[in-house]
Design a protein around this ligand. Structure first.
Ligand code: ZN
Length: 140
């Protein structure tokens, strides 16, 4: 279901629900939508953003969990493509770059809680993200 904020030719604003965008357009074009205040069928969408209902009983709504999962996997993919994996040497490498011992580059890896504290103390910024784990078919 999609909720549209609509307004009539006389600027009465009201909300109406439609199964999808196409139903709204066809009903609007057929003048089936009328203003609850003045009965005008000259209806248009108000400029306010469209609200979309998700989850619940709706089967065709986009589930937020799926969207978040999708976003997370894209972020992980981006990081995998654009960083060098230094594994457990992450903290060591980050400190080396911080002091100019090695050239700055984008690295990824793992750090222990203790190492993270050291990095924080050194003023080294790092980003912690939950990387989506790829299921290894051989481990089944
Ligand atoms: Zn009206």
């Amino acid at each position: 279901m999609i909720a549209y904020d609509l307004h009539c030719a006389r600027n009465h604003v009201f909300e109406a629900w439609f199964p999808d965008r196409d139903s709204f357009l066809s009903q609007k074009n057929a003048h089936l939508i009328s203003c609850p205040f003045c009965g005008s069928t000259e209806i248009d969408k108000a400029v306010s953003p469209v609200a979309m209902r998700t989850g619940g009983a709706s089967h065709d709504g986009i589930h937020l969990e799926d969207a978040a999962q999708e976003l997370l996997s894209r972020v992980s993919e981006y990081i995998l493509r654009n960083t060098v994996d230094v594994g457990t040497a992450f903290a060591q490498e980050a400190i080396k770059m911080h002091y100019g011992i090695t050239e700055a580059r984008n690295i990824r890896g793992v750090a222990t809680e203790q190492e993270e504290k050291i990095l924080e103390k050194e003023g080294i910024t790092f980003l912690k993200i939950p990387v989506a784990k790829k299921t290894d078919p051989s481990s089944c």
